[in-house]
Design a protein around this ligand. Structure first.
Ligand code: HEM
Length: 361
């Protein structure tokens, strides 16, 4: 079957599918009352700051993904809003709770070196000085062969290439104004290492649903229904597995006895990640919660929309100034329709034949 050629401009994507890195900074801030103008001033400059810091060490792959929370969106931008953007709901299961905590902006900064991440974060915060309050700051590190602090390889079943594209990015069909965006949910987990380490390895493997050393998934017969992998495997109504792109990182602070996993999951729709959270915390069937949660406490939780890079580079005006900005935006978009370079995701290693094109057929 051939697809009709698309006249729609294809958005440039944020670096969601950039390769795994050795370091990351996760920065969650809220915008202080009156700080909106300063945030709006920064937004189109973020990609320039990434270039300025990253160009000094191009081989170390500095990237920054910017996410915007539901309340902040309405304070910052006029015009349409992403169809599925909403605050993360708290989940209270019989045994464990996933809190919803404040967050207006998320900066997910990654590189092979922490100094690059830190330098970029410093520049971002200098531009936001007096306009935002930092709610959470986590410096994540790669731990041996991409293991979490529980000792298991984390990220194995992540989709790659075109399936990763399809999993992570919104399509023009789903949301015409926000194609090429992504919904991201973050949660900071703290592990009870003493209790976890007291478990025999076989019991740890049953909690995860994979072997520890060799990272092989258990068969469906072996895998307990309360294992992490069983509860995070979700399907749509047709039985097709729904995927998200996870870029979790370990972190820790010895003096405070903190050993953690920073969970970060990108998806074309927040509903897939939310279903996984429901399964983990409320249980599936209800009451059968994720065994990992008996050793891992979620202390933060928030949801953001990650718009396309085009949106960030040329954001709409503030609320109330929408009509003129929208007309100008449409005219500009029409002018770009034939530009082959307008399909740009240098990070996924695929051949540019992913879901965005198909969805416009
Ligand atoms: C798989 C760790 C939280 C979604 C895994 C695996 C590990 C792991 C070790 C198996 C290897 C892999 O495929 O990556 C953790 C830890 C967490 C955490 C330590 C926090 C304490 C979450 C949350 C979600 C999630 C909050 C979603 C809301 C998934 C998914 C898979 C997975 C979708 C792959 C399942 C499959 O298709 O096999 N996780 N995870 N994880 N996790 Fe998590």
């Amino acid at each position: 079957m051939t697809s009709a050629p698309s006249a729609e401009p294809q958005p440039v994507l944020q670096a969601v599918l950039a390769p795994l890195t050795k370091a990351a900074v996760f920065l969650v801030v809220t915008v202080d009352p009156g700080g909106e103008e300063q945030v709006r001033d920064l937004v189109p400059d973020i990609s320039g700051l990434v270039r300025s810091v990253g160009f000094r060490a191009p081989e170390d792959g500095l990237t920054c993904i910017t996410g915007i929370g539901s309340d902040a969106w309405d304070r910052l931008f006029g015009g349409p809003r992403p169809a599925e953007l909403h605050p993360l709901a708290e989940r209270t299961g019989a045994a464990h709770r996933a809190p919803s905590t404040p967050g207006d902006l998320l900066f997910h900064i990654r590189a092979q070196r922490m100094d690059l991440c830190f330098e970029l974060a410093t520049h971002l915060m200098a531009r936001l000085k007096g306009a935002v309050t930092v709610r959470d700051e986590v410096h994540g590190f790669k731990y041996f062969d991409d293991r979490d602090l529980l000792g298991f390889v984390d990220g194995t079943e992540n989709p790659v290439g075109s399936p990763a594209h399809r999993a992570a990015f919104t399509t023009a069909q789903a949301d015409p104004d926000f194609a090429g965006g992504s919904y991201v949910i973050v949660q900071k987990y703290l592990h009870d290492m003493e209790a976890w380490n007291a478990l025999p390895v076989e019991a740890q493997e049953r909690a995860v649903g994979r072997t520890k050393l060799s990272d092989i998934e258990m068969s469906d017969e072996e895998k307990p229904p309360n294992s992490h992998v069983a509860l995070t495997t979700v399907e749509d109504a047709d039985g097709v597995q729904q995927q998200i792109v996870r870029l979790n990182m370990p972190f820790g602070t010895l003096g405070r006895g903190e050993f953690g996993t920073y969970f970060i999951g990108y998806c074309a729709t927040p509903s897939v990640t939310e279903e996984m959270l429901d399964n983990m915390f409320l249980g599936s069937p209800p009451g059968v919660h994720d065994r990992l949660l008996d050793f891992s406490t979620a202390v933060t939780g928030s949801l953001y929309f990650v718009p396309s890079q085009d949106f960030l580079d040329d954001p709409p005006g503030p609320p109330g100034e929408t009509a003129a900005a929208e007309t100008a935006g449409e005219a500009e978009a029409d002018g770009e329709a034939d530009d082959p370079d307008s399909v740009t995701d240098p990070f996924d290693g695929s051949l540019r034949i992913g879901s965005l094109k198909r969805s416009n057929a």
